[in-house]
Design a protein around this ligand. Structure first.
Ligand code: GLN
Length: 533
């Protein structure tokens, strides 16, 4: 193939229509036809990356192998496509401006007035084409965050206009809108879509394909009407009806021929029919589970499920691998105490303590760990959850009163979790944690090695604090052992209690690497152990 093709996905009418899922589904279909595809997301906010954002603002922060802190949609891209993304796959307005301002300070603009057009749009354009330049991909799908009409997304839409003009047949715009159902009138309404496309046109961009999110099937009449008002063919009006799981969307989009429409418009051969047999098998197991398992997800952001997106998806993947439906019980850690813990956790088959930062809700997490440890309930602690397992063990088994992480208590007499040496001089908050993929060596015979069926693994990280190795001997003598260690730094990556049914704490984030076709072994074994309880 000679040139990389570019597909831009924009959204109108409201946010949360599922642009990320549509992009990932289209990418999946093209991949299943034999194309090399990647997806990138351009986010219009001013933060340089979402790493410093509170999860209540923007949901989970997803981390790539190369240590980028990114939007949670990148997690969907990886889970659907089963290929890793990187730093280049997520760009924000903050990063664009940062580059332009740095260039201006260096004098690169030779005294010219620096403006949104062309300087900001040129930088957006450069970044949009970056992955295409690698020659690795046949098709690059670019999702533009936000909704058409937002002031913040204007420079991106303007860049799409310029690129469409430059690239001609090699570029295409998909616009996603909502077709609301008015119960009183008993009708689906197309006006918001017409307005949304008008707004795109005001900005000089004619969408090539419209994807209409709807609760009810679209009649031919509606498709024709939208086509007529929005200058597209009726076959380019694609229905995106609500489905029980996001993993149904590629199948729906295939039925709607979104992939065929797109390939024809880009002048690309259809190649083979999409190879989706493994995907369909996953869906069929998901919908016909043999077993059921109750998992407590203990965290402090549980009101917002998006804050734990990769974890809940990983649990679902692992459930399918075990032919089980996983019922996630979202348990807020703040109100947990010795009095109510039994009530909250007694019917659980497994307990997962989530990652997190700061003091809020920490004592409740420790209470949950204690209950799982003492009652032999399968336990998985992730990052802060692993650190909680260490603190709880120090306090209640080693009797180190007041043991803590120095993140929560600077002056604890027993800093069993402490700031990493390399973090001690860090002042900036953005992008400065221990981020991305690091190697880990597993102890033979451990739960971890049984799960991975290997002794050398690589996992992604996002933390500043670590297990304090000064205490390692005491822990191991009392029955909590380090079963995963960074071979270069001796940093403890995994702790386990071998006398317990299944008790594993991991300093890294296995949830970032679980995909539909490759459920993560740690989650698979956690669910397996929970099913036995
Ligand atoms: N706050 C802890 C640390 O920085 C854990 C971070 C996390 O759970 N991602 O080490």
């Amino acid at each position: 193939m000679n040139s990389t093709k570019y597909i831009f996905v924009t959204g109108g009418v409201t946010s949360s229509l599922g642009k990320g899922i549509i992009s990932a589904s289209l990418a999946k279909l093209l991949q299943a036809r034999g194309y090399n595809v990647t997806i990138q997301k351009f986010d219009p906010y001013i933060n340089v990356d979402p790493g410093t954002l509170n999860p209540y603002e923007h949901g989970e922060c997803f981390v790539t192998d190369d240590g980028a802190e990114t939007d949670l949609d990148l997690g969907h891209y990886e889970r659907f496509l089963n290929v890793p993304t990187s730093q280049a796959n997520n760009v924000t307005t903050g990063r664009i401006y940062q580059s332009v301002i740095n260039k201006e300070r260096k004098g690169d603009y030779l005294g010219k007035t620096v403006q949104i057009i062309p300087h900001i749009t040129d930088e957006i354009k450069r970044r949009m084409k970056l992955l295409g330049k690698t020659g690795e991909f046949d098709v690059i799908i670019t999702e533009i965050g936000g909704t058409i009409g937002d002031i913040e997304s204007l420079p991106y839409i303007e860049t799409v206009r310029q690129l469409k003009w430059e690239l001609g047949q090699d570029a295409l715009v998909i616009h996603l809108t909502l077709v609301p159902f008015l119960a009183a009138a008993g009708e689906l309404k197309t006006k918001p879509t017409q307005h949304s496309v008008k707004m795109m046109l005001e900005n000089g961009v004619q969408p090539d394909v419209l994807v209409l999110r709807t609760e009810h099937p679209l009649s031919d009449e509606i498709r024709k009407k939208v086509a007529l008002f929005c200058n597209v063919k009726p076959t380019s009006v694609i229905e995106s009806i609500d489905v029980p799981t996001i993993y149904d969307v590629p199948i729906k989009m295939c039925e709607e021929k979104l992939d065929e429409t797109v390939l024809e418009k880009l002048n690309l051969p259809l190649k083979n029919k999409p190879e989706l047999s493994a995907w369909k098998k996953f869906l069929s197991t998901l919908k016909n589970p043999k077993y059921e398992v109750n998992i407590a997800l203990v965290g402090k952001y549980v009101e917002l499920h998006d804050a734990y997106k990769s974890i809940s998806e990983s649990l679902l993947h692992a459930g399918v691998a075990n032919k089980a439906k996983v019922n996630i019980h979202w348990i807020h850690s703040e109100p947990l105490n010795d009095k109510n813990i039994e009530e909250k956790l007694k019917n659980m088959n497994g307990v997962l303590v989530a990652p997190g930062f700061g003091h809020r809700g920490i004592e409740g997490k420790l209470t949950a760990v204690k209950y799982a440890r003492e009652n032999n309930i399968p336990f998985l602690g992730i990052c802060l959850g692993m650190q909680c397992a260490v603190i709880e063990f120090a306090r209640n088994v080693l009797n180190l009163e007041g043991a803590h992480s120095t993140e929560m208590s600077r002056r604890t007499p027993f800093p069993v979790i402490d700031l990493m040496e390399e973090q001690k001089d860090v002042l900036d908050m953005g992008g400065t944690m221990r981020l991305g993929s690091y190697p880990c060596r597993l102890r033979e015979g451990s739960n971890a090695s049984k799960a991975y069926k290997s002794l050398d693994i690589k996992e992604r990280h996002r933390h500043r604090y670590e297990f304090n190795n000064k205490f390692l001997k005491d822990f191991e003598n009392a029955g909590m052992i380090g079963t995963g260690v960074n071979p270069n730094t001796s940093l403890i990556e995994i702790v386990e209690i071998p006398s317990h049914k299944w008790f594993v704490g991991v300093q890294f984030h296995p949830e970032y690497k679980s995909t539909v076709l490759n459920p993560h072994p740690i989650f698979v074994e956690f669910i397996n152990a929970s099913l036995k309880k």
